[in-house]
Ligand binder design. Structure first.
Ligand code: 5AD
Length: 352
């Protein structure tokens, strides 16, 4: 290929929808200097479009029951060894209190696909969080009924996180027991229509995935004009069909995040816990490749180890509040400051 790293970077920065071969090229570079140029360009792009800032989101993983059987996931339905738990309304609100006390302004309510929490229960939690704490709320509950998305939005939920996992329809169906990518994207589109700030993203390093597939993931994110996009490395979870599959390559994950930053401009991109699990300096490396979000878990310590979607998840035995000084120091070592606001989508028109 007759292309240089600078040319590919500049073309991606100039185009609204990137050219696939430019992204593929950046994902394939191996020369140390080229990689340094890519990462530097991603940082400059982040600073320009998002500021030298990182937003914190506190996650409460309130149930590890799941009706889905995704072959990569450590809390999939058919994994019998998982000790299942559900947090009560009071326990969830207690965890949100710790998020509020830590000065974090977004709560992410995450669970497996667990219909036990019906429309009304989730609505009650949303309303209580809005009334008592006034925090921004992200839901991450998997695929639910369209009417539920509607009700929760009306009750005050601000954002919805639903990863597309892979833009390759064949791989999608293989990972999700015959389910269709198309359906996932219909849900994502509907959530966007309802006025949610939407987040999606992929997993890097799954079977059969090529660099072209990862380029398609990034292009899909640009087409949906996502408010948030997450690129997480695959980590095997014992006792699942992919339990012996090799973990993702950290460098490829970082190149993906950097290329995504150039393509997505002001979309929020997290330095994921999965990246921090694979590499002791994963959070820092992610931020130095253009990430601007970190999502610490505030799941109560008693159940946190049970929400193990992959093995050896980072900081799983620590209490969230105790982790905060370490996390903040790590972030601030990357020449960025921690934003104190809600960290809403940067794609929304500024409120005058
Ligand atoms: N490795 C990496 N990421 C995973 N996820 C689930 N299982 C794994 C795994 N084994 C990610 C998926 C899911 C999110 C909550 O966690 O992208 O959407």
């Amino acid at each position: 290929m007759n292309m240089t790293t600078e040319q590919a970077i500049n073309r991606i920065l100039e185009n609204q929808i990137p050219v696939k071969s430019d992204i593929e090229y950046l994902l394939s570079i191996e020369d140390k200097e080229d990689i340094a140029i890519l990462f530097e360009a991603a940082r400059v792009c982040r600073d320009q479009y998002c500021g030298k800032k990182v937003h914190l989101r506190g996650i409460v993983e309130f149930s590890n029951y799941c009706s889905q059987d995704c072959i990569y996931c450590g809390i999939r339905k058919s994994k019998d060894e998982v000790a299942r738990y559900r947090l009560s309304f009071e326990e969830i609100i207690g965890a949100v209190q710790t998020i509020y006390d830590a000065g974090v302004k977004t709560v992410v309510l995450q669970s497996g696909e667990d219909p036990y929490y019906d429309t009304g229960m989730i609505s009650k939690i949303i309303k209580e969080i809005k009334i008592s704490f006034g925090l921004a709320i992200t839901l991450s509950l998997g695929e639910r009924e369209f009417i539920e998305y509607d009700v929760w939005r009306q009750n005050g939920a601000d954002r919805y996180l639903l990863k597309h996992e892979t833009a390759n329809p064949k791989i999608y169906s293989a990972l999700h027991r015959g389910q269709q990518l198309e359906q996932r994207l219909e849900h994502l589109g509907y959530l966007q229509q309802l006025g949610y700030q939407i987040g999606s993203g992929n997993i890097i390093g799954i079977p059969e995935q090529t660099l072209a597939d990862i380029a398609d993931d990034i292009i899909l994110c640009t087409k949906y004009e996502l408010d948030m996009a997450s690129f997480s490395p695959f980590i095997p979870a014992a006792g699942t069909p992919l339990g012996d599959w090799e973990k993702a390559n950290v460098l490829l994950t970082l190149k993906t995040m950097a290329a995504a930053r150039l393509a997505l401009k002001n979309t929020h991109i997290p330095a994921t816990t999965a990246l921090a699990t694979l590499d002791a300096r994963g959070r820092e490396k992610g931020i130095l490749c253009g990430a601007n979000v970190v999502m610490p878990s505030f799941t109560p310590a008693a159940v946190k180890p049970k929400y193990e979607i992959y093995d050896n998840k980072r900081c799983i035995t620590e209490d969230a509040a105790a982790c905060m000084p370490c996390l903040k120091a790590r972030i601030e070592s990357c020449n960025v400051s921690i934003d104190e606001g809600f960290g809403h989508s940067l794609k929304l028109a500024p409120i005058c």
